[in-house]
Ligand binder design. Structure first.
Ligand code: FES
Ligand code: FES
Length: 181
């Protein structure tokens, strides 16, 4: 389930460039060193500084899950996370899911196979949530999947195909791990 740290909804507590800080983190496996305002939000840094446009901004209130990324393997709402808090961490976005040769991850393949892809705002967050879930629990039961995806809201569809997609992703990930073992 996505973690939603407390956040002051008013981002403008410091002027641009004031109280800036230098952070170092791995973004999709590549080391980054950037200077950010002390009150910079991770969502904005990923989209604006690093071109990760797959990280979606929707509610920007930590409610919908569209902005979900993985920080040290755990799903977090990047709209509700200060950028400085990922100093020293590993951050993963949807841009890092496919292999460099374009081979889709088990999660991407499963969502495609099972019709779990929905609108462009929800899909990347759902994929990252699923990736985080399967790292915590490679064979989640349906109740666990429901509990996790309850943190990602969708306003236009039922969740059945998404549930099937997550179950299929677990199967495919298991097969992939079996192949590489
Ligand atoms: S945009 Fe972050 S939870 Fe909705
Ligand atoms: S799939 Fe995006 S709001 Fe429903």
């Amino acid at each position: 389930m996505t973690e939603y740290p407390d956040r002051d909804p008013d981002r403008s507590t410091a002027a641009d460039g004031e109280l800036d800080t230098c952070i170092e983190f791995a973004l999709n496996g590549v080391k980054q060193i950037v200077r950010v305002d002390a009150n910079a939000i991770l969502l904005d840094v990923l989209r604006n500084n690093h071109g990760c446009k797959g990280v979606r901004a929707s509610c920007e209130r930590g409610v919908c899950g569209a902005c979900t990324v993985l920080v040290d393997d755990l799903p977090v709402a990047s709209c509700s996370t200060f950028a400085f808090s990922v100093d020293g961490a590993s951050v993963e976005t949807v841009e890092g899911l496919a292999a460099p040769d374009g081979t889709l991850s088990p999660q991407q393949r499963a969502f495609s196979e099972c019709g779990g892809f929905q609108c462009g705002f929800c899909t990347s967050g759902m994929l990252m949530l699923t990736t985080g879930l399967l790292r915590q629990d490679p064979q989640p039961d349906r109740g666990t999947i429901r509990e996790w995806i309850s943190s990602n809201t969708c306003r236009c569809t039922g969740y059945e195909m998404i549930l099937e997609s997550v179950e299929r992703a677990a199967e495919l990930a298991g097969e992939t791990n079996g192949e590489s073992a």
